[in-house]
Write a protein that binds this ligand. Structure first.
Ligand SMILES: NC(=O)c1ccc[n+]([C@@H]2O[C@H](COP(=O)([O-])OP(=O)(O)OC[C@H]3O[C@@H](n4cnc5c(N)ncnc54)[C@H](OP(=O)(O)O)[C@@H]3O)[C@@H](O)[C@H]2O)c1
Length: 335
């Protein structure tokens, strides 16, 4: 039996790294490819994984998902290395310069919405986006479009006759339709690019199922819950987190969305690894939950979206892909 090829973007820290740990504990019949932008951090992650799993089959791949050139080069490298990709975890993500509304935070802290405020960041969080060298919004490219280009590039490896493959997106419960607009899907005008990008990944997953299921490729989205990682530590000063951490652990006893540890946050990503993709609901988001006793479990929840919007968004992404590729080719020709 040939090993399953599992590629994880953003594998060097947080939820991605915890997923890798869990996969290696579960099976020695996998080849794990850590797709990261920083090779020092990637190497450190591999060393940590080898410490707990000596002899594990792990390779590194350099990719900056926010750069078209880098995604194209990395995809070429993957096609040279592998004949197929069984699992593609689209996990890398950013929430740059998060600003918290202190007023909303204090009001929320003493309201009945306190748990959902922490769990989704609704009404609380804004971010400052920027434009990349490719002329695209950075949050949109990193969280959605770079991954989309990678999927398109890897189509021959993901759509192998007689083999099913899975795309698994780390989305969020912060994905809200109110933050997303089809006529501004990169979120150039708003202040919630993160929420918009996560909603966009949900829409894209639904559309990908429609277009690729017949070729044996299935897409799912998950929400890891609230997890303490570099991403969340960027939201508030670290002393503040230390201060409220006892409250967070207390809340966790009463709410299942406070997964808190990266291990528990990776629950749904890991659960999906063991599912028959044909049996999954393309309109469900799979949530990592943690019980009051600290045990992880996965539960699906129907997503708030419609297929027509998903399809229109997909067409817009194809158009953008065409434009970006043309521009890139023209730049290459000039060199
Ligand atoms: N933590 C939460 O509560 C939470 C909740 C909902 C959803 N999520 C999602 O979970 C996913 C993982 O985040 P995390 O919480 O585990 O945070 P994290 O520890 O910061 O992990 C993010 C990973 O993405 C990588 N990454 C960022 N930009 C990249 C780029 N341009 N190219 C390649 N890799 C890039 C980071 O690499 P570097 O180390 O080089 O920066 C890192 O490995 C993200 O998609 C996030 O949106 C997290």
């Amino acid at each position: 039996m040939s090993k399953k090829v599992v590629l994880v973007t953003g594998a060097n820290s947080g939820i991605g790294l915890a997923l890798c740990e869990r996969l290696l504990t579960h099976s020695d019949q996998i080849h794990l490819c850590l797709a990261c932008r920083n090779m020092q951090r990637a190497e450190a992650a591999r060393t940590a994984l080898h410490t707990s799993h000596p002899g594990a089959d792990i390779s590194l791949l350099k990719v900056d998902i926010g750069s078209l050139q880098s995604v194209l080069e990395a995809s070429k490298e993957i096609k040279q290395r592998y004949k197929k990709v069984d699992y593609l975890y689209l996990n890398a993500g950013i929430m740059p310069n998060p600003q918290i509304s202190l007023k909303a935070f204090v009001t929320g802290l003493f309201s009945r919405k306190v748990i959902s405020m922490f769990a989704t960041g609704e009404g609380l969080l804004t971010q400052q986006d920027r434009v990349t060298a490719d002329g695209l919004q950075e949050v949109f490219v990193t969280n959605v479009f770079g991954h989309f280009i990678m999927i398109r590039e890897l189509e021959p490896l993901l759509c192998q006759p007689g083999n099913t493959s899975q795309l698994i997106w780390t989305s969020s419960s912060n994905a809200r339709s109110s933050a997303f607009r089809l006529d501004d899907y990169q979120h150039t005008q708003g202040v919630e690019p993160y929420s918009s990008s996560k909603y966009a990944s949900d829409l894209l997953s639904v559309a990908l199922n429609r277009h690729y299921n017949k070729q044996g490729l299935y897409s799912s989205v998950i929400c890891p819950g609230l997890v303490m990682t570099n991403l969340t530590y960027g939201i508030l000063p670290s002393f503040f987190w230390t201060l409220i951490m006892p409250i967070m652990w207390l809340i966790r006893i009463f709410t299942n969305t406070f997964t808190l540890t990266a291990y528990n946050g990776a629950e749904a990503l890991f659960w999906l690894f063991n599912q028959k993709p044909e049996s999954l609901d393309p309109r469900a988001k799979y949530h990592s939950y943690t019980s009051g006793l600290g045990n992880g479990y996965t539960k699906p929840q129907k997503m708030d979206l419609d297929e027509d919007t998903a399809e229109t968004f997909y067409e817009k992404l194809l158009e953008l892909e065409g434009r970006v590729r043309d521009k890139h080719r023209a730049q290459e020709d000039r060199r």
